[in-house]
Design a binder for this molecule. Structure first.
Ligand code: GBH
Length: 453
């Protein structure tokens, strides 16, 4: 095996955490086993016409049963860490009320198995699978959901404190609010309009903050953060005026998500833009929302190009032309420099102590060649270039401590069902057989050397 190094021109700092990321509903399956309660994704995926081909996460990667083999597989890749999510409805089948011991035991076994294989667990407490019982009471539109989340978070962090030291409260507040209640493409499939969307987004950031407080009380040694898909603003040309514009855009495009969480304020521009549709909130809410955290997780996929403009706010967005290259998912435009600019501009705006890239990856056609190999050379190209840009950020002193590739396995890609594969490992969904793709071999080499080649 190659010797890991830390001093070559393309190497990463010693101890850099290379990992992979997944989410409960996308991999676990066993949707009705172990006392798990129904979630909004069970309801949505079983509603005709909502997902590609009517696909559901009923079985997915069957990770609930196959995790012992899958963890061994991770170890074979050399992964140092694994990001997974806890299904709220396995712990509290109705969102609140009596806990379900079988659910707690599942995550205890999973995290013990990870540790026994030398892999550090990074747990996300909410990756979109809201208990249906809470949706029946209004979901994120109901402020009580924030309190219910904090209760669940404090409870499970305490119960797992023996094996789980690193916790992310939520995954992508921006996505589950905008797509669940704005466009309606994801569960619960609503289109509530701008005012209600702003208010429920406030409840979601409040849920994060209240959860931070609850976890500090129940698991004082935990390292806490969240995983957010910030808008990854990129200066269209790397010239000082456009860089300054991208810095402002980072602040304003993320004002109701990372911005309020890291600064404790909604920006004047955000509140002015919304006018009468601005959320109702108190100073106490803002204090809770901005409770200190230990790290910021950033999910990076696509660039949002901006340029300087002579207008009130100082920038305009530059939408990609129709010819712009993208991966198999039409939304996934290829802009490797997003993995340099997002961490840098987050650092320059809010100075979080540590950052992690909590997701980065892509969809590809992933056809199996006659020799049984999967030549996903486009994903190899994608990863090499994105990781090279992260390397630039690390080299310039942005405190990025680790990288979680999305995803270890092909899995249930939400409304796209099993049609879009994001794994570095191919999954035959008929047999559950796993086959490492060419991109998986690349990642294994990068981890072994702690360096790009
Ligand atoms: C992440 O979202 C998620 O955290 C993860 O669960 C997911 O599997 C992964 O990315 C890959 O998609 O279909 O036009 O409505 C990334 C941000 C936001 C990108 C929703 C896709 C849907 C666009 N995603 N967006 S559309």
């Amino acid at each position: 095996a190659p010797t890991p190094h830390t001093s070559g021109p393309r190497s990463f700092p010693a101890g850099f955490l290379w990992g992979s990321a997944t989410a409960s509903y996308q991999v676990e399956g066993a949707a009705t086993e172990g006392g798990r309660g129904p979630t909004i994704w069970d309801t949505f995926s079983h509603t005709p016409g909502k997902t590609h081909n009517g696909d559901t996460g009923d079985v997915a990667d069957d990770f609930y049963h196959r995790y012992p083999e899958d963890v061994k597989f991770m170890r074979g890749l050399g992964l140092k860490t694994c990001r997974f999510s806890i299904a709220w409805s396995r712990i509290f089948p109705n969102g609140t009320g009596a806990p379900n011991q079988a659910g707690i035991d599942f995550y205890r076994r999973l995290t013990e198995t990870l540790l026994a294989n030398g892999i550090e667990p990074y747990a996300t407490l909410f990756h979109w699978d809201l208990p249906q019982a809470l949706q029946d009471k209004g979901g994120w539109e109901n402020r009580d959901t924030a309190k219910a989340f904090a209760d669940y978070a404090g409870f499970i962090a305490g119960r797992l404190s023996g094996t789980v030291r690193n916790i992310m409260t939520t995954n992508e507040i921006r996505s589950f609010t905008e797509i669940g209640y704005g466009s309606g493409r994801h569960a619960p499939g609503l289109q509530v309009g701008r005012k209600r969307l702003a208010q429920l987004t406030h409840h979601a950031v409040l849920a994060h903050g209240l959860a931070v407080r609850a976890i500090r009380a129940s698991a004082p040694r935990a390292k806490l953060g969240l995983a957010e898909n910030s808008s990854a603003t990129v200066p269209v040309i790397e010239a000082p005026e456009h860089i300054a514009a991208a810095r402002i855009a980072m602040r304003e495009e993320n004002a109701q998500y990372l911005g309020v969480i890291l600064s404790g304020k909604y920006t004047d521009h955000y509140l002015r833009k919304l006018g009468a549709d601005a959320p109702q909130f108190t100073a106490e809410d803002l204090a809770a929302i901005s409770s200190p955290i230990d790290f910021v997780g950033v999910n990076v996929y696509t660039p949002d190009y901006v340029r300087a403009a002579d207008n009130e706010i100082g920038y305009v967005s530059v939408p990609p032309p129709a010819s712009f290259p993208h991966m198999l998912s039409p939304w996934l435009t290829v802009g490797p420099e997003a993995l340099y600019w997002a961490p840098r501009l987050i650092h320059e705006n809010w100075h979080p102590k540590e950052q992690f890239i909590t997701e980065n990856g892509c969809s590809s056609t992933d056809q199996m060649a006659p020799d049984g190999e999967i030549y996903d050379t486009d994903r190899v190209m994608y990863l090499r270039n994105y990781i090279a840009n992260m390397h630039r950020a690390v080299t310039e002193g942005i405190p990025i401590k680790g990288y979680f590739l999305w995803s270890l396995l092909d899995n249930y890609e939400w409304a796209d069902g099993y049609d879009k594969r994001f794994g570095i490992t191919y999954v035959d969904f008929k047999t559950q057989k796993r086959t490492l793709k060419l991109s998986g071999h690349l990642y294994k080499e990068i981890i072994a050397r702690n360096s790009l080649m």
